[in-house]
Design a protein around this ligand. Structure first.
Ligand code: P6P
Length: 322
């Protein structure tokens, strides 16, 4: 793998034509979204549309626009049969004769748009189970192990596409002068011994005692294990996980009082990130089970998540068992 390889050339060499078409459509859609995000402050698209999504969250105008752009680009591939999005109440059939099922969070962390914190698009691709015609819920309710391609695009100080098709985790950086993505991070391996923990500490009173005990472990002084670890939490899953992928660490969004299965969505947040972390040598569970082994029951289902460096996920789980 040669640094600087153009995305389209990399995909031609390392994956199938169908996955290449779906990934290129996602990359081109996210290039358009990235430009909108970078210019959000300049045009009257900040603020809310006055509508709310299935999560009951006020929809930022960029959420809506990003969702529509992704559907348009994926429809043009004629490969993408079905589409599930945090911004749509129900599943959508895009191409009745297509093969791929795409689950997406079009603009994760969008509440950070106005404060210019990094945000991103998260996606997961599986093959449809139904033969053709309208997609069915069963096409989407597949275990994460069936993922054929997962990834995200982070819109930050640079725009980076990170993805895996099952053979390692690779990062491509957008060259804004020619709008092409170039290989910048080949075969990423998440450091096994992380020293960063990411969690919304403000919710500590809602956490189970075992989580509180693990947080005390992270903040205790112990030279041998390089503690205290550093608490880093941006409140944007893509940004927190991108840092932890590169530097090591653990991201936790646990179940808590009032959020029985945590906040994050299984099919288009937890599953794609878990597929990526495992392809980079890390680990991801719901505290008990491997995320990619979970059987989804409904498309907007939530899951607790403990994801990152293997040693830290193992350590966190050891507290949960006590
Ligand atoms: P909290 C953003 O709204 C998001 O879905 C993730 O990107 C992020 O990790 C999480 O929610 C933050 O949630 O409850 O800590 O604000």
């Amino acid at each position: 793998m040669v640094a600087g390889t153009r995305l389209e050339d990399f995909l031609r060499e390392h994956t199938t034509t169908d996955i290449s078409k779906t990934l290129m459509a996602l990359a081109r859609a996210c290039t358009v979204i990235g430009r909108m995000v970078n210019n959000a402050g300049l045009s009257d698209i900040l603020g809310v549309t006055g509508t709310t999504n299935v999560q009951g969250e006020s929809q930022q105008k960029l959420d809506d626009l990003s969702n529509q752009i992704l559907m348009d680009y994926l429809t043009q591939t004629e490969i993408c049969a079905g589409y599930l999005s945090e911004e749509n109440d129900d599943i959508v059939t895009l191409c009745p004769t297509g093969k791929h099922i795409v689950s997406i969070d079009p603009l994760d962390g969008s509440s950070n748009i106005d404060v210019v914190a990094p945000i991103g698009t998260i996606f997961n691709v599986v093959n449809r189970l139904s033969k053709q015609g309208d997609v069915t819920p069963a096409d989407f309710l597949q275990k994460g192990d069936k993922t054929i391609c997962a990834g995200y695009v982070i819109y930050g100080s640079s725009t980076i596409l990170m993805f895996s098709t099952g053979n390692g985790l690779h990062g491509f950086t957008l060259n804004t002068s020619d709008s092409e993505f170039y290989l910048s991070h080949a075969n990423i391996r998440v450091p096994e011994k992380g020293k960063i923990y990411s969690i919304n500490q403000g919710n500590i009173e809602k956490f189970d005692d075992s989580i509180k005990n693990f947080l005390n472990y992270c903040s205790a002084t112990d030279k041998e294990t390089s503690r205290p670890y550093s608490l880093r939490y941006i409140g944007s899953m893509v940004a927190d996980l991108h840092r932890n992928f590169l530097k090591g660490g653990i991201f936790i969004y646990p179940a808590s009082k009032g959020e029985a299965k945590g906040k994050l969505r299984l099919l288009y947040e937890c599953t794609p990130m878990s597929s990526l972390i495992e392809n980079a040598g890390g680990k991801s569970t719901d505290g008990k089970q491997r995320i990619l082994d979970l059987q989804p029951g409904e498309v907007h289902e939530r899951s607790a998540i403990f994801i990152g460096s293997k040693n830290l996920v193992d350590k966190a789980e050891s507290f949960l068992k006590n």
